[in-house]
Write a protein that binds this ligand. Structure first.
Ligand code: C2E
Ligand code: CA
Ligand code: CA
Length: 547
C-alpha cells in the first residue's frame, strides 16, 4: 500500500476505533434513561390501577351487602344501610339507589330524584356507568356513578388519577376495556390518541414511544379496567443529557485508549519482522532447558532446549514469535542461534553425563534445508558431542511439509542423531502416518497427559498413543507432567521418560547442571518440583529439589 494511503487508512481506523466507545456510551446513556423513564411511567400506571382496583373491590363488597339486606330502597332502614356501607368504604364518596337512569336517594340523605341521563357505558359485568354527573351545585365536583341491580356508588373521578408525578405534563387515563370505544372514564391531560388506548392482554402491559410520549398501558388481571400513563419523551432526553455527562467522557477516554492500543498493536505487528531481524542481528535470543527424567530412576537424562527472546522490555515467549518467524522466513536464523548456544552449553552437560541428550526444536523450513545437516555437524564439532547426544524435535506438520524432508531426516538419522515427533496427537497424527516417518521418539502432548485420572472424554487417548508408539518400537516422552499420580500412571503403562513442571520448569544452564549433578548423586532419588511455582511464565532459580 502506498505510504500516503496507509496514513489515511490508519487515521480513519483510529477515528473509527475512538468513535466506537463514544457511540456506545451515548447508546448506554439513552438506554439507561429510557429504562428509568419506563419504570417511572409504569409506576404511575400501577399506582392508578391499584386505586381503581381498591375502588372496584369496595364496590363489589358494597353491592353484596346491599343485595343481602332485604330492605325497601330509600326506606329509613335502607338509608341506615347505605350510610353504614358508605362509612366503611374509603374510595367511595357515597352509595345510593337507582332506577330507570335516575338516582333516587344516596347515603347522604333522601333527595329529589336526579336524572342521570343515558349511561356513558355498560361494562361486560353489567355495571352501568354515568360519568361526570353534577349531582350537587358547584363548588361540589361532578361525580361518576356506577350502578348495578339498583345499587349505586358515587366516586370522585379525580381520586384515582391524582397521583404525584415527575412533572405536570404526565398524562393519565382510566379505561374500561370491554367498552373501550366509549373512551376513558377518568383522564388527566389532553385527548389521548386512539392507538394509545388499544387493548393489552389481561394482566399484561406494554410500553412504547409515540407522538413524542413514552406510553405505558397496563390492564388489571382481575377487573375490567386498564390505565394509560404517558410521559413526554423530552424527559428521557433530559435524563440522557444528564447521564451523558458521565458516560461520554468515560467513553471518549476509552476510545482514545483503545485507538492508541490498536495503533500501537498495528504498528508493532507491521514492524514485527523488523524487530525480529534486529533481535537476530543483535543475538537477543537465549535458551532455557527443561529436564527430561527417566521415570524408573528419576534421573535427569536429558533436556529440551527452549528458546527465549529477551527484548528491551520483556521476555517474549516462543509461542508468540516462532509462528511469526516461520511466516516471515526468519526461523532458520533463530534455529541457527539456538544450535550455536546448545553447542556452547553441551560440554558442560557432557562433563557430568556423557550420555546426556539435548532435544532441539526444528521447524518445517529447517527440515527442508540441507544446511541443517551441516549445522548439526557443526554443533558436534563445536561441542565434542556425539550424534546420540542430540535429538531433533519437530511436529508432524513440520515433518510432512516439504518434499525433501524425508531424505534430510534419513540423513540425520543415518548419522546417529535421534529424531522425535513433538506434540503427538494434536494434529491429524495417525498410526498410518507414524509408520511412514523415520523416527526414534514420540512425545505425547501435554493435552493428553492432563486428562490422566480424569473423567474427560479423551482420557483414554493417552493409552492408545502409548500402544501405537510401543508397536512401532519408539521411545516415549510424556510432556507436561505436573503431578506424581500422572508420572506413576505413565510409568505403570510403560512410558520411560517424562518432562513437565513436576520435575522442573525450563531453567538456565547453571540450574540444570545443578539438577543433573544432584540427581546423579542421589541415584534413585525422586526429582520433584518446588511447591511454590505456579505460573507458566515463572522460571525461578531454585527450581529443583531432591530427596
Ligand atoms: P513444546 O516444544 O511443546 O515445548 C513445551 C512447552 O510446554 C514449553 O513452552 C514449556 O515451557 C511448556 N511446559 C513444559 N512443561 C509443562 C507443564 O508441566 N505444564 C505446562 N502447562 N506447560 C509446560 P515454551 O517454552 O513456551 O515453548 C512453547 C513452544 O514454542 C514449544 O512447545 C515449541 O513448539 C516452540 N519452541 C520453543 N523453542 C523453540 C525453538 O528453539 N525452535 C522452534 N522452532 N520452536 C520452539
Ligand atoms: Ca518440543
Ligand atoms: Ca511438545
Amino acid at each position: 500500500m502506498p505510504p500516503k494511503r496507509r496514513v489515511v487508512t490508519s487515521l480513519i481506523t483510529a477515528l473509527l476505533v475512538a468513535a466506537m466507545p463514544v457511540l456506545a456510551s451515548i447508546y448506554l446513556a439513552w438506554m439507561e434513561s429510557y429504562t428509568m423513564e419506563k419504570t417511572l411511567s409504569l409506576t404511575y400506571a400501577q399506582d392508578v390501577l391499584r386505586r381503581i382496583e381498591a375502588t372496584s373491590s369496595q364496590f363489589e363488597e358494597a353491592q353484596q351487602k346491599a343485595a343481602q339486606a332485604k330492605v325497601t330502597p330509600c326506606s329509613p332502614d335502607d338509608m341506615r344501610l347505605l350510610h353504614t356501607i358508605d362509612f366503611g368504604a374509603s374510595h367511595i364518596k357515597a352509595t345510593g339507589r337507582v332506577a330507570h337512569d335516575t338516582l333516587l336517594c344516596t347515603s347522604q340523605g333522601v333527595m329529589n330524584p336526579a336524572a342521570l341521563g343515558k349511561p356513558d357505558l355498560t361494562t361486560a359485568q353489567g355495571v352501568t356507568e354515568y360519568l361526570n354527573k353534577q349531582l350537587s351545585p358547584p363548588p361540589a365536583r361532578p361525580l361518576n356513578v356506577f350502578a348495578s341491580n339498583g345499587f349505586a356508588v358515587l366516586v370522585d373521578p379525580n381520586l384515582a388519577v391524582s397521583v404525584s408525578t415527575e412533572g405536570p405534563d404526565v398524562e393519565l387515563a382510566v379505561l374500561v376495556p370491554s367498552a373501550a370505544q366509549s373512551g376513558p372514564i377518568a383522564v388527566i391531560g389532553q385527548n389521548l390518541p386512539a392507538n394509545w388506548l388499544e387493548p393489552v392482554p389481561q394482566g399484561g402491559d406494554s410500553t412504547f414511544i409515540d407522538a413524542g410520549y413514552l406510553v405505558s398501558h397496563i390492564q388489571s388481571a382481575k377487573w375490567d379496567v386498564a390505565v394509560v400513563a404517558a410521559t413526554p419523551q423530552r424527559y428521557i432526553n433530559d435524563r440522557m443529557r444528564h447521564f451523558a455527562l458521565f458516560f461520554v467522557p468515560v467513553g471518549a477516554l476509552c476510545g482514545v485508549l483503545l485507538s492508541f492500543t490498536v495503533s500501537l498493536a498495528t504498528r508493532m505487528h507491521s514492524s514485527f519482522p523488523a524487530m525480529l531481524r534486529r533481535a537476530i542481528k543483535e543475538k537477543n535470543f537465549c535458551v532455557v532447558y527443561q529436564p527430561v527424567v527417566d521415570l524408573s530412576t528419576r534421573r535427569v537424562i536429558g533436556a529440551e532446549a527452549l528458546v527465549r527472546w529477551r527484548s528491551d522490555y520483556a521476555e517474549i515467549r516462543p509461542d508468540y514469535f516462532i509462528p511469526q518467524a516461520e511466516e516471515c522466513g526468519l526461523i532458520q536464523l533463530i534455529t541457527k542461534q539456538v544450535v550455536t548456544i546448545v553447542g556452547r552449553d553441551l560440554p558442560q552437560f557432557l562433563k557430568l553425563d556423557p550420555d546426556f541428550r539435548v532435544a532441539i526444536n526444528m521447524s518445517a523450513a529447517d527440515l527442508c534445508d540441507e544446511h541443517t545437516v551441516e549445522m548439526l555437524d557443526g554443533l558436534l564439532a563445536a561441542s565434542g558431542a556425539l550424534p546420540k547426544n542430540i535429538e531433533v524435535e519437530a511436529t508432524e506438520r513440520a515433518f510432512l511439509q516439504g518434499p525433501g524432508t524425508a531424505s534430510i531426516l534419513d540423513t540425520i538419522r543415518s548419522k546417529g542423531f535421534t529424531v522425535a515427533i513433538d506434540d503427538f496427537g494434536t494434529g491429524y497424527s495417525s498410526l498410518a502416518c507414524l509408520q511412514t516417518l523415520s523416527l526414534d521418539t514420540l512425545k505425547i502432548d501435554r493435552a493428553f497427559v492432563e486428562t490422566i485420572n480424569t473423567d474427560g472424554a479423551t482420557s483414554q487417548v493417552v493409552l492408545h498413543i502409548i500402544e501405537m508408539a510401543r508397536s512401532l518400537h519408539l521411545d516415549i516422552v510424556a510432556e507436561g507432567v505436573e503431578t506424581e499420580p500422572q508420572a506413576q500412571y505413565l510409568f505403570k503403562r510403560g512410558v520411560l521418560y517424562a518432562q513437565g513442571w513436576h520435575f522442573g520448569r525450563p531453567m538456565d544452564i547453571a540450574h540444570l547442571r545443578e539438577g543433573i549433578r544432584l540427581s546423579m548423586e542421589s541415584k534413585l532419588a525422586a526429582f520433584i518440583a518446588e511447591p511454590t511455582r505456579t505460573t507458566v511464565g515463572d522460571e525461578p532459580s531454585s527450581l529443583l529439589t531432591f530427596r
